[in-house]
Design a protein around this ligand. Structure first.
Ligand code: LRH
Ligand code: MN
Length: 427
């Protein structure tokens, strides 16, 4: 299914009066604070979020899965679905593939299909946390850290194969998340597991094309519940520093122990110039993979406050980092959920761009704690949605992506095309 430009323009026309009133009022309000709305809009337009190929269907948990119908049955249909999202918000301009869930059979045809939707391919993800049916050696007790060199060799070979698929698609990064670890004290040697993993990662690092990066994603626990080899930002940074400048730390918001100060972790990684980017999602308890900004929007805002400061300090634009969503859908329509997540990311970025840095610096130098909070919360409590909508409209997108998605009965269309009971590969 494709959404044509006239459908978007028609719908925008029907709600443009309300939008221009709200946008006009906000532009004036910001002007009084010395903030140029069009500068914020330009930053929003340039900010592109990668959509995970494994989150276009209904995921489910170990307790059950409730199919939504009309889900993509192939990589081609997944590209079409991301094309739908990008047509609606013009902010979902790339796809992050997971191998072997989404092996591109013919790279050329997939690339031309993707470019027909203005889509490119972001980081490619390897998978040594599951055994494939034709696999010789099992990853039950680990992959790159495994005590058996033959298993490590198999896992290294898989990662090098993933790089090949990525090269064919024009991707520039390999994203590695290792489930390796242990479930019980005594089960594994922490140091040996670290050293085996480093040795394996060094072989993968050596196979990276000159202009590629490798993202090292950490996670505190699950599926191992006693130790994880790459358990936190510190262990990931240690691996990256030992590997070399092409290795950076990937922050998945759901991969921290309760109450971790993620914005401080981000500030530190930005300071060291070793932040690869994000797997955006939200959570209340564990790695819940919920809609971005649905549980802790203030935390997401504080993370973007550190990102804006870090990008300014590094002289980097937003395209220097990997902005990816990593979510799983149980009760929401996957495409509506992803539209909400992209909007939440852009809202937090816009709010962070409103922070009066100069005043904040002065307040910090005066230890004026109350004023510092006032300055931050003034930005957080500003309804920036008219700016996000205007950036989408100016890029040819919809002023109300979910409204149009529903008006056009996209899910019904997809169910008519693909059937009611469909299962997409992935989580
Ligand atoms: C692990 C993870 C990782 C993926 C997987 C789909 O929890 O966040 O990024 O490979 O989810
Ligand atoms: Mn992730």
């Amino acid at each position: 299914m494709r959404i044509d430009q006239y459908q978007i323009d028609q719908h925008n026309d029907s709600i443009s009066l309300r939008h221009s009133k709200q946008f006009g009022f906000l532009t004036e309000q910001l002007g009084e604070q010395g903030i140029n709305a069009s500068e914020v809009i330009n930053a929003l337009t340039a900010f592109q979020v990668a959509i995970p190929s494994w989150a276009l269907g209904t995921g489910g948990t170990r307790f059950g899965r409730f199919s939504g119908g009309g889900e993509p049955r192939s990589l081609e249909e997944k590209v079409e679905d991301v094309g739908l999202l990008h047509a609606l918000n013009r902010s979902s301009g790339s796809i992050s593939l997971h191998i072997p869930w989404d092996i591109p059979q013919q790279a050329e045809s997939i690339i031309s299909l993707a470019s027909s939707f203005d889509l490119t391919f972001d980081a490619v993800n390897s998978n040594t946390f599951q055994d494939q049916k034709d696999q010789e050696l099992s990853y039950k007790f680990g992959s790159l850290s495994h005590v058996d060199a033959a298993v490590r060799k198999q896992a290294v070979a898989h990662n090098i194969e993933v790089i090949k698929y990525g090269k064919d698609l024009g991707s520039k990064a390999l994203s590695i998340w290792l489930s390796d670890g242990s479930c019980f004290p005594g089960q594994s040697s922490f140091v040996r597991a670290f050293q085996n993993t480093l040795e394996s990662l060094q072989e993968i690092y050596a196979a990276l094309p000159e202009d590629w990066k490798v993202y090292v994603e950490y996670k505190a626990y699950e599926p191992n519940f006693y130790s994880t080899v790459i358990q936190d930002w510190g262990s990931s940074l240690l691996f990256c520093q030992k590997l070399g400048p092409k290795a950076d730390v990937l922050v998945d918001l759901g991969h921290h122990l309760p109450n971790a100060n993620i914005e401080q972790i981000v500030a530190t990684l930005m300071m060291e110039g070793r932040l690869a980017g994000f797997h955006f999602n939200d959570s209340k308890y564990g790695d819940d993979d919920l809609t971005v900004g649905s549980i802790r929007p203030y935390m997401l805002f504080l993370i973007f406050v550190e990102l804006v400061e870090g990008m300014k300090r590094a002289g980097n634009g937003s395209d220097a980092y990997a902005w990816m969503i990593d979510a799983s859908h149980n009760v929401k329509d996957p495409l509506e959920d992803l539209l909400q997540s992209v909007e939440a990311i852009l809202i937090s970025y816009a709010q962070a761009l409103l922070v009066d840095r100069k005043k904040l610096e002065e307040a910090r130098n005066q230890n004026d704690v109350v004023l510092a909070q006032q300055i931050l919360q003034n930005a957080f409590r500003t309804d920036v949605r008219p700016l996000v909508r205007e950036s989408m409209r100016l890029s040819g997108g919809s002023l109300d992506p979910i409204g149009l998605f529903r008006n056009l009965k996209v899910r019904n269309e997809l169910m008519n095309e693909r059937g009611r009971v469909t299962v997409a590969t992935g989580l």
